[in-house]
Design a protein around this ligand. Structure first.
Ligand SMILES: [Mn+2]
Length: 209
């Protein structure tokens, strides 16, 4: 058995959640020898994911011994949930998959084990490219799309031709895409109330007559 930890950043957003949970289910699927533990900070966003996501707290993880560790969507010591677990596994078994370019203190992960693509919208886009998505279940595919949507502000920024190709690769139906868009991009009740209260901006400039 190979005991694998998958971790991500604090203050979970959909890209962090969806990339780490998708990678965890991928690692489970590629070998029956893999015993995979997704380690996440408590966050109510987790309830919005597709499929049954089973995860562990840091307290539980501290009591385990891992053979390898995968870090998703973060390369900063102070933003990583469970950062202390990294030093407990052999250096050559530490992996990073991320899309951020500017970092504070970087994680102690060998350069050859880092997959970082700063031009990508999201870690979910990067994962979609790097792994064999045909072995993933529909819920995981749907989660990968949510991660792409979330980090790209619903495909309005940081997108490229590659983003488009990866969305095509996911192969979701229009209906399924809309379901994810609704989850990620619509305003919450509280946000909508705030939005409705916003007055038109007065720039102090007279309109053109
Ligand atoms: Mn991200």
């Amino acid at each position: 058995m190979v005991k694998i930890a998958v971790i991500t950043h604090k203050n979970l957003d959909y890209d962090a959640l969806c990339s780490s949970s998708s990678l965890a289910s991928y690692l489970k699927k590629i070998s029956s020898q893999n015993e995979v533990y997704l380690i996440l900070e408590q966050n109510k966003t987790i309830e919005n994911l597709y499929g049954n996501i089973h995860y562990y707290s840091l307290e539980e993880a501290r009591r385990m011994n891992f053979d390898s560790i995968y870090v998703c969507d973060v390369n900063e010591e102070d933003r990583t949930y469970g950062v202390e677990l990294i030093s407990t596994v052999p250096e050559h078994s530490r992996y990073l998959i991320d899309h951020h370019d500017k970092n504070r203190k970087e994680l102690d992960i060998p350069v050859e084990n880092r997959t970082i693509k700063p031009t990508y919208s999201s870690t979910c886009e990067l994962l979609t490219e790097q792994i064999d998505i045909s072995i993933l279940g529909q819920a995981t595919i749907q989660n990968l799309f949510m991660g792409i949507l979330s980090d790209s502000a619903c495909l309005t920024r940081n997108v490229s031709v590659n983003t488009n190709q990866m969305i095509k690769k996911l192969g979701l139906s229009e209906e399924d895409r809309l379901k994810s868009i609704k989850k990620v991009c619509s305003l919450s009740k509280e946000q909508q109330e705030l939005y409705d209260r916003v007055e038109p901006l007065d720039l102090g400039i007279d309109g053109i007559k």
